[in-house]
Every structure is written in C-alpha cells, then in structure tokens.
Design a protein around this ligand. Structure first.
Ligand code: TRP
Length: 446
C-alpha cells in the first residue's frame, strides 16, 4: 500500500473494515448472551470513550509514519525502537481472526444456497436444527464454503486493497443498508418488535456483570477493527487534507447503527417465537433470519439471497483488512513479493480455519477443544478479550506518552483543536487506557 487512497476510498475502506460480521453476527449474539440493553449501553459507552479515542491514536500512528504497524512504532519511537516494534506484532491477532471469520462468511454462503433452493424452514425449531446440522455434522459444506470464501478474499488482497475494495464498497454499503431498512419496516408489524426494542433499549442494570463489561469492551474493539494495526495500516495511505475526524465519527455512527438495526430485526423473531435470546449461540442470526425470510414466501427467498450476499460482501471487506497489515509488513520488511506474502499468510489462515470447523463438529470436537472451549471460541476470545485491548493500551501509551504532543497537534489542528484536542489527549493518556486496564484486571480477580 505505497500509494494513497482517494478521499472517499479511504473512508469506504475503513467503513468496510469496521462494518462486518462484528455488527451483523457478533453483536446480536453477545447482546443475547449478556442480557440485552445493559450490554448495548456498555458497548456504546466503551465505543465512544475508548474506541473512538484509540481509533484516532491509531490513525495518527499510521498517518505520521506511513508504515505497517511494526515499522510505524519503529519509525516513530525516539528510543527503544526494537522494543516498541513488538507492540506492532499485536497484528498477529488479525490472522487468528481472519480464520474463524472466514468460516462464518462460509456459513452465510451456505445460507445463500439454502435460500436459492427454498430450504429455509418455517419455524424456529427446525431453523435451529438446520443450523446445528451444518455446524456439528456437515463438514463438507463448511469446507467447501470456507474454501470458496478464502480464495475470494485472498484474490482481492492480491490485487491490492485499493483497487479491489473501493469498487466493492461503493455499492455494497448502500445495498446492505437499504435491505436492513426494508427488513426493519417489515419486522415493525410483528408483535415481537416491541419486545425486541424493549430488550435492546430499556436499561436493566441488574444484568451488568464484570464479564459483560469485558465482552462489551472486546466488542467495541472488534467492531472498530482496533488494537491490531488495521487502522494504522489503512491510515498509512490516508490522503492529505482529509477531515478524518468527521470521517471517523461517521464511520462509528454507521457501525453502531448497523448493529442496532440488526439487533432489532433478529430479536423480533426470537421473541415472536418465544425463543431464548441467549440459547442459540453462534446460530442466533441464522435461526432468526431464516424464519423471517421463509415467512415471506418467494419474495423472502429473493430477499434472503440479496441480504446474505450483501453480508458476505460486508464480511469480505472486513476480512481483507485483517490480511493487509501482515502482508504490508512482510512486503515492507523482507521485500517480499505480495504474492509470496499472501501464500504464507494464506497457509496459516487456511489451516486455522479448518481447525475452527473441526472444533464444532461433533466427531472431532473433543480433539479441538481446550480448557472446555472450542478452538473457534479460543481464537475469538483470545483476540477480542486479550490481544485487542492490550494492543489498544499500547497504542494509547505510545501516542499519549512517547510521541510528541506538538506533532499530534499539527496533524489534528485543521479538524480538531483547542478544548476538543485537549479532551481527546486526556482520554488517550489516562481515562481510556485505565478503563481498559481496570476491566481486564477485574476479570482476573473476580
Ligand atoms: N470490524 C469488523 C467487524 O465488525 C471485523 C474486523 C475487521 C476486525 N478488521 C478487523 C476485527 C481487525 C478485529 C481486527 O466485522
């Protein structure tokens, strides 16, 4: 990524990275498991108070160094360059995420096929059985779908992120949005909608637990692609004279909105059929949406295909942003060709992805579970609950204490100055990292 993005290209690429299965799949799942509204509130607070703050810090790191994460730290650290460059290696988590993430995109692809062949079931219990069948028994479908997704992702990254992504995003984002609005309008006519809205918006503080706070923190990081060098990498190609403050705020707003819309739609059907929002785990959105679509007959099938395909695109633009940082690093540091870098990364992602699939299959589950967790869940937890927050703390300390304030002031001046800048700086140095540290520690002493 040596050349710059176009202005709109940058915004779309970052928005494409942010909006993905985090909003559409992970957010509803976690909301269901962590008691609804309280989790939503925590997520909002942490997105603005921690996510936004660290997002701008990563952006500064990328823009001022114009390098990949490892070399960004190395270039900007006045001393202890080598030690700081290790902070950039939090980008390894991207590879772990890319593997289970591609497996989920694979599930969505399977649902495209199921929609085309009119195999979406009418009631929620059969929908549950169908998903569980895929997850626990159907290795072949998962393998084929994952493999297809894998090749598409690596093909796009091999063409260079700028060319591939810009065209994809320009029509994918609006399509996804329009479909979501149409689905929302339909769900509004259902009784479950009222319960879904209540579940998401009427705060119930009794449901807040320490682990819910950590989940919400991980979700805030995951959903803004933070703490693992993705934003650093994209910002390395940030064109000059871009108002990155308004861009960032817009991206954060869209990102939250997609999650909320998705939550309203998914939970409407969960409550409509008196299902338990916490019980379905990774299958929640598939189970809920397939009942929604099957209710609508033939129109529903067309809708389902359009919706699942736009989710696949949203997922792919995110997955691309997981591959690029490490590729950019290998190309920069070892003067490797893009192709060679991608073969190395692809190999790791593919193997880990297969392990993720095997870890949910009933006959291999036992071999791919550790500490009572599936390999899939371990990759997910390790990255969102440990590496990403840790990466965020390191970014905050580096930009807040090691980098010169003057340089940051100059960078931010055209778009954010005076009290706003100072406020951000205080959050960056103290409030945000301390919040992250306290949340992480309290989990261990619980
Ligand atoms: N933010 C994306 C989503 O919500 C996922 C994502 C993209 C991501 N790049 C990332 C997550 C880097 C962690 C790290 O779907």
């Amino acid at each position: 990524m040596s050349s710059k993005f176009s202005k709109i290209g940058f915004i779309l690429a970052v928005a494409g990275s942010a909006v993905g299965l985090g909003n559409a799949w992970k957010f509803p799942t976690l909301v269901g498991q962590n008691g609804g509204s309280a989790f939503v509130l925590l997520y909002l607070i942490l997105t603005l108070g921690v996510g936004f703050v660290i997002f701008l810090a990563e952006l500064a790191l990328g823009k001022l160094s114009e390098k990949d994460p490892v070399n960004a730290y190395r270039t900007l650290a006045p001393k202890h360059k080598k030690a700081w460059s290790f902070a950039g290696f939090t980008m390894i988590a991207n590879i772990l995420i890319a593997s289970f993430y591609s497996v989920i995109i694979g599930w969505i692809l399977k649902y495209v096929f199921l929609s085309i062949t009119f195999e979406l079931p009418f009631d929620i219990n059969s929908a549950k059985d169908q998903f569980n069948e895929l997850l626990h028994k159907d290795f072949l479908s998962q393998l084929i779908c994952f493999t297809l997704v894998f090749f598409v992702i690596f093909y796009i990254v091999s063409k260079g992120v700028k060319n591939g992504i810009e065209k994809l995003n320009i029509w994918m984002m609006p399509t996804l949005f329009i479909l979501l609005i149409m689905m929302l309008v339909y769900t509004m006519s259902k009784d479950g909608f009222y319960m879904a809205a209540k579940f998401l918006f009427v705060p119930d503080f009794s449901k807040i637990s320490v682990s819910a706070v950590l989940e919400a923190l991980g979700m805030a990081f995951f959903s803004l692609s933070l703490g693992v060098g993705t934003i650093i990498t994209y910002s390395a190609s940030l064109p000059d004279k871009t108002n990155f403050i308004t861009s960032t705020l817009n991206i954060i707003f869209i990102n939250i909105l997609v999650g909320i819309l998705m939550g309203l739609i998914v939970f409407t059907f969960i409550f409509e059929f008196s299902a338990d929002p916490a019980a379905s785990g990774p299958g929640l959105i598939f189970i809920s949406l397939s009942t929604l679509f099957s209710k609508l007959g033939i129109i529903g099938s067309i809708f389902a295909v359009a919706f699942f395909i736009s989710l696949i695109f949203a997922g792919i633009t995110s997955a691309i942003s997981m591959i690029e940082p490490f590729a950019f690093y290998l190309i920069n540091t070892y003067e490797m060709s893009r192709k060679k870098a991608l073969i190395i990364i692809g190999f790791i992602v593919y193997i880990l992805g297969i392990f993720c699939i095997l870890s949910y299959l009933s006959f291999t589950h036992g071999y791919f579970s550790f500490f009572g967790m599936s390999f899939f869940d371990i990759l997910d937890s390790l990255s969102s609950k440990i590496i990403m927050p840790l990466g965020g703390i390191l970014v905050a300390i580096f930009v807040g204490f090691i980098m010169k304030k003057e340089g940051l002031k100059i960078l931010f001046k055209p778009y954010m100055r005076g009290i706003y800048f100072e406020l951000w700086y205080v959050f960056l140095r103290f409030i945000s990292p301390l919040a992250v540290i306290i949340i992480m520690i309290s989990i261990f002493i619980r």
